[in-house]
Design a protein around this ligand. Structure first.
Ligand code: IPM
Ligand code: MN
Length: 349
């Protein structure tokens, strides 16, 4: 029995999560796995009502689940940063979800802004370190508000943190069994401490994977190649900040936020799955937003829970829906409502 915590969150989060759960339910009856869900109302509305982002008991409570299924966090009436730090980043850190796994895969029938590129060119995965780097909040102000003000924001890279992330990337490349290549995306020419560590660890760990090719690209070159030759990539491993930036580019070349899903993974603990796009407040309650990213996040969750067959079937169904039905992935331009898209995926399961 899989225990799944559901956090629908803000804006269109509840609408897309509803479709994701619909598809999971259909997959469960077809593939015969059992699960139970518990809903949590964390998000902007609760914060505005109670002043609380996550109650202290929440993290311990969520830790008891096998996985967390998250819609979206972000509310127009809440100052930017509060919900992101108080909910999303806090859960990533406290549940030690040290990998942010973001597949970049163009499905047949989906439009990419890249000229002359198709599904045969765009199929790679970014393994983003998810608990360290510039995201730790290390640093501070000195003489704040004066003309002599100094702001320091430090990138923290631990041997342990880098190693477990890099190892995950090699394991994942082996499991994918495609090009069997891992590209380290860094900036060894300028960030000569942080990426020196990354580079040493990359090669040390890589020695244990003689079947996997090792490749390196600076982050600035990486984004250039992602546009010019995305087919060169199989698995990209990188730090938290670079991973954040390059995966938005990844999302757009695979068709946009309507389809991009991600997993915050702790292989030994509770992982959390989310569509990468935000809460899209202007579409709230309109039944117009694209639920495919949330549905794909649900498939990633099932895969992590060990339901690989069901996960693959959902992905195949999504591909069929993209190829046969959906003209544009953009909200309101799909030719179908949010709930109709969920129904279509169930139909092809
Ligand atoms: C993401 C988001 C978050 C991040 C924000 C909302 C804190 O951009 O999941 O990529 O920077 O990690
Ligand atoms: Mn981001």
């Amino acid at each position: 029995m899989h225990k799944i915590a559901v956090i629908p969150g803000d804006g269109t989060g509840p609408e897309v999560v509803r479709e994701g759960l619909k598809v999971i339910e259909a997959a469960a009856s077809k593939y015969g796995f059992r699960y139970e869900t518990a809903h949590f109302d964390f998000g902007g509305d609760r914060y505005l009502r109670t002043g609380e982002t996550l109650p202290d008991s929440a993290v311990e409570e969520l830790r008891q689940f096998d996985a967390i299924y998250l819609g979206a966090i972000g509310h127009p009436d809440v100052k930017p940063g509060i919900l992101e730090k108080g909910i999303l980043l806090r859960l990533r850190f406290e549940l030690d979800q040290y990998v942010n796994l973001r597949p970049v895969k163009l499905y047949p029938g989906v439009e990419t802004p890249l000229k002359d590129k198709g599904p045969e060119h765009i199929d790679f995965v970014v393994v983003r370190e998810n608990t360290e780097g510039l995201y730790t909040g290390s640093g501070g102000f000195f003489k704040k508000g004066t003309p002599d003000e100094i702001a320091v924001q430090e990138s923290i890279n631990t041997r342990k943190g880098v190693e477990r992330c890099v190892r995950f990337a090699f394991e994942y490349a082996r499991r994918r069994n495609k090009q069997k290549k891992v590209t380290l995306c860094g900036k060894t020419n300028v960030l000569t401490y942080a990426f020196d560590l990354w580079e040493r660890v990359f090669h040390e760990v890589g020695e244990e994977y003689p079947d996997i090719e090792r490749d390196y690209a600076h982050v600035d070159a990486t984004v250039m190649w992602m546009v010019k030759n995305p087919e060169w990539f199989d698995v990209i491993v990188t730090d938290n900040m670079f991973g954040d930036i390059i995966t938005d580019l990844g999302a757009i070349i695979q068709g946009g936020m309507g389809i991009a899903a991600g997993g915050n993974i702790n292989p030994e603990g509770t992982s959390m799955f989310e569509p990468i796009g935000g809460s899209a407040p202007k579409y709230t309650g309109k039944n117009m937003i694209n639920p495919l990213a949330a549905i794909c996040a649900g498939a990633m969750m099932l895969d992590t829970l060990g339901e690989r067959e069901a996960a693959e079937a959902i992905e195949k169904a999504v591909m069929t829906v993209c190829e046969k039905h959906i003209k544009s992935l953009a909200a309101g331009k799909m030719g179908y409502t949010t709930s109709e898209v969920g129904d279509l995926v169930c139909q092809y399961l």
